[in-house]
Design a protein around this ligand. Structure first.
Ligand code: PLP
Length: 445
């Protein structure tokens, strides 16, 4: 296990935490990065693949001569590797700029499809249609990333769509399948639920939702209602647990390179792209990506994404086992060093699966708000929640509140997420760092 992980020691991990000799004190400027859910560094092999593509495959992939063909071959291989990582088909993958674009593309595409396939105004078909009004209805949950929540809220503001935000269970942090089904109405055309939550790591029951939606779709088609498509944002799950689009039974799946040691681009999986599942482009241009996402392909970034995906396919089990070991050790040390009563593990819900690398916890005490603790840490680099909310003053995470974490506990929350190269020795260091930060805040240091 260690051997497999050793090949993937990451660049930032190394820069942040140089291995030192026994007995050597860590210098005051030594940093330990534990924010791998915010982003990951590039694997050396990814950098190599990108550099090679930049040097040798600079041709336009649409050009028929050798420089173009070389770029095209690299893109084809990357597409195969990305597809393999999720057990999908290469022809069902399109490259995008990242998770935000992939998520927006799904949402806007489904709304457009709803309108395109509705009977025209005043037609006999419309008069006989069981649809109540012409507004598409989408279902999501209350703990999604902003790149899902905000486009949906925008559609509601613009009166282009109706959206149900299903609350997650305060007992297990998951969205309940029954609540999704209860939200379905005649105009429902999309259910979008993340595969793993970025703050708690909680895994959502996507396969179960898919089975229920499939059964429902059979009845809906027979009654002339739109099929409900299922999307999952897998940004946080990839590289941390096995992801299989067949097991999940999804129509769309979002892929984000920089969460699994790849570059800052992404991809979208669409089951039977353009044949079984409709996709409408947001951009119009040169026809690349079969017109679904035009624009001259970014060959080096795509090469890097393909390499990162290849590494995940090859090593995911080892990555997962290593991260789980270090994360569990972290939780053990926190409870041992701080006294079990003071530590509240916010992401441990009984009976609920969670990502192997994520530890969301609070150190209880009136002066110990998450941001205040982090500000006094000398070694630890972590966050209090999603990176895109880092400017939200001292408001507790809405995700934690949705999961039933009490206000005072949520306000003290810290999100630590370990990576492929995080060690137990680094855990020991940051636990001591947290202790000195807490002592400072409580006026003992
Ligand atoms: C769950 C989830 N979805 C989507 C994204 C968006 O990815 P990007 O900002 O790279 O577009 C993120 C990034 O933090 C994420 O955590």
């Amino acid at each position: 296990m260690e051997a497999a992980v050793a090949t993937s020691r990451d660049a930032r991990g190394r820069a942040a935490s140089h291995p030192r000799g026994r007995g050597e004190k860590s210098p005051p400027d030594r940093k330990v990065y534990m924010d791998y859910n915010a982003t990951t560094p590039l694997e050396p092999e990814v950098i190599q693949a990108m550099t090679k593509a930049m040097r040798e495959a600079w041709g336009n992939p649409s050009s028929p001569y050798p420089a173009g063909r070389k770029a095209r071959d690299i893109i084809d291989t990357a597409r195969e590797n990305v597809a393999k990582m999720i057990c999908g088909k290469p022809q069902d993958i399109i490259f995008t700029s990242g998770g935000t674009e992939s998520n927006n593309l799904v949402i806007h595409s489904v709304v457009k499809h709803f309108h395109q396939t509705r009977p025209s105004k005043g037609s006999l078909a419309e008069l006989c249609s069981p649809l109540d009004g012409a507004t598409p209805h989408l279902i999501t949950c209350t703990v999604e990333h902003d790149s899902i929540r905000l486009p949906l809220e925008h559609l509601v503001e613009e009166r282009v769509a109706a959206v149900t935000f299903v609350p997650v269970s305060k007992v297990n942090g998951q969205v309940e399948v029954a609540d999704i089904l209860a939200a379905v109405c005649p105009a429902t055309c999309l259910v979008t639920i993340m595969l793993a939550n970025n703050e708690t790591g909680v895994i959502m029951p996507i396969s179960e939702i898919s089975q229920q939606i499939k059964a429902l779709n059979q009845k809906r088609v027979a009654s002339g209602l739109p099929v409900i498509l299922l999307h999952t944002d897998a940004a946080q799950a990839l590289g941390k647990r096995h992801v299989d689009v067949e097991d999940l039974g999804v129509d769309f799946l979002t892929i984000v390179g920089h969460k699994f040691y790849g570059p800052r681009i992404g991809a979208l999986y669409v089951r039977g792209l353009g044949e079984l599942t409709p996709l409408y482009p947001m951009l119009f241009g040169g026809g690349q990506e079969r017109t679904f996402r035009p624009g001259t392909e970014n060959t080096p970034m795509i090469a890097g994404l393909g390499k990162a995906a290849e590494l995940v396919t090859r090593n995911c089990e080892a990555y997962e086992a290593h991260m789980r070991d270090v994360r569990d050790y972290l939780e053990e040390r926190l409870e041992a060093e701080f006294d079990k009563q003071r530590i509240r593990l916010n992401s441990q819900f009984p009976g609920t699966e969670r990502l192997p690398n994520t530890c969301n916890f609070s150190i209880q005490g009136p002066q110990l708000q998450g941001r205040a603790v982090l500000a006094r840490c000398r070694t630890l680099l972590a966050s209090v929640g999603a990176a895109c909310h880092s400017d939200h003053a001292d408001r507790p995470s809405p995700v934690l509140l949705s999961c039933g974490i009490p206000f005072d506990v949520a306000r003290n929350a810290l999100r630590l997420s370990v990576g492929r190269s995080t060690t137990r020795a680094e855990v020991d260091l940051i636990v001591q760092d947290l202790k000195q930060a807490v002592a400072q805040l409580e006026g003992q240091a």
